[in-house]
Write a protein that binds this ligand. Structure first.
Ligand SMILES: NC(=O)c1ccc[n+]([C@@H]2O[C@H](COP(=O)([O-])OP(=O)(O)OC[C@H]3O[C@@H](n4cnc5c(N)ncnc54)[C@H](OP(=O)(O)O)[C@@H]3O)[C@@H](O)[C@H]2O)c1
Length: 319
């Protein structure tokens, strides 16, 4: 029998992609904020008790990193507390919890990629609340998979890719931070990797959908590393070179030509924003590969896919 999968945040970048893949694995009940507000613990409990899923995939989060600095209570409710409520409810009904976290739980001082055993030390409110959510899940003892990803973008939603494309239609010169290092990761790739892992687990188990030995925290980001500056350069170059008639690209540029001629590197100090960001938050994805045999493509390949096909996730499950 196929499991019932409760998906939260179904309209988010990763949530919307999961909504395309997960139906191959089970019967998906996707909820948005209007139907399940994660800042309200009672709503979470009621939804889980009514739906009685075997798997909960929590793709909802308070992701406005700068806004979280002045809206800490809401960020903490959604990121820090809701995952704990979900975990406790999941445990009561024997469900497993799949949850996403972030590279921003690290302080960015490590010069080599972070692995799962490295100590968290978040330097902004968003990172602190996300780490609190992770800890609440681990404390609960529920079978869980926490996937930490990074620098997420998609061809919809609000993200760096779409911001750069928009700016490139308005400005000849883009000034972009070049001293933060990370791995831009496409939401489709995260959703496809998640779905492959869940499909494998569902095939191999009857009652408990997450094998106890697989329960834990995994890094799940694009391979390779880059800076926001290089990422912006790649976006402008690929958009300029694309010969495809892409609906998402036309929407991002509102059909206007790109006028950006130069991308100029600037320092973090020159680009002031409310939340501090880690200088280097590259994640090592070895544990994910060793445990599940799943590896995400490098960031440049993931980006290239966006400019080749409208439906970037279509073949990812088979990759
Ligand atoms: N974006 C990144 O760069 C990034 C990087 C690393 C890790 N992550 C993690 O990856 C996961 C998915 O992120 P994403 O980029 O897909 O985020 P996203 O596009 O911002 O989507 C988040 C979703 O959560 C929903 N949400 C926010 N507050 C809620 C509430 N109170 N109740 C119910 N739903 C609520 C939003 O609903 P509305 O549409 O109604 O606002 C939205 O659909 C999150 O755990 C995030 O922390 C993201």
């Amino acid at each position: 029998m196929k499991p019932v999968i409760l998906l939260t945040g179904k309209n988010g970048q990763i949530g919307a992609e999961l909504l395309r893949f997960l139906p191959q694995m089970g019967e998906v009940v996707g909820l948005d904020r209007a139907h399940l507000d994660l800042s309200k613990p009672d709503e979470i409990s009621r939804a889980i008790r009514e739906i009685r899923p075997q798997i909960i995939v929590n793709a909802a989060a308070y992701t406005a990193v700068d806004q979280a600095e002045t809206d800490g209570m809401m960020a903490q409710a959604v990121n820090g507390e809701a995952p704990g409520v979900m975990a406790e409810e999941a445990k009561k009904i024997g469900a497993a919890l799949v949850h996403y976290s972030t590279d921003y739980i690290f302080d960015g001082s490590k010069k080599t990629p972070y692995d799962e055993s490295d100590a968290a030390n978040p330097i902004n409110v968003y990172g602190k609340t996300k780490f609190a959510g992770e800890q609440a899940i681990r404390r609960s003892g529920v079978p869980h998979l926490i996937f930490r990803t990074a620098w997420v973008y998609a061809t919809r939603g609000r993200n760096f890719l779409l911001t750069i494309l928009h700016l490139a239609t308005e400005r000849e010169e883009l000034r972009i931070v070049s001293d933060q290092v990370g791995a831009p990761t496409c939401a489709s790739d995260v959703a496809a990797a998640t779905s492959r892992i869940l499909a494998g687990i569902c095939e191999n188990s009857n009652a408990a959908f997450v094998l106890p030995e697989a329960s834990g925290t995994y890094h799940m980001s694009a391979a390779g590393q880059t800076t926001w500056y290089e990422f912006a350069q790649a976006i402008v170059e690929k958009a300029g070179a694309t010969s495809h008639d892409l609906v998402w690209l036309a929407a991002a540029t509102r059909g206007r030509p790109l006028i950006a001629r130069r991308v100029i590197p600037i320092s973090t100090a020159e680009f002031r924003c409310p939340a501090q960001r880690p200088a280097s938050s590259v994640l090592s994805n070895s544990r994910l590969f060793q445990t599940f045999g799943v590896a995400l493509a490098d960031w440049n390949t993931q980006l290239q896919r966006c400019f080749v096909s409208e439906s970037i996730g279509a073949n990812l499950l088979a990759d």
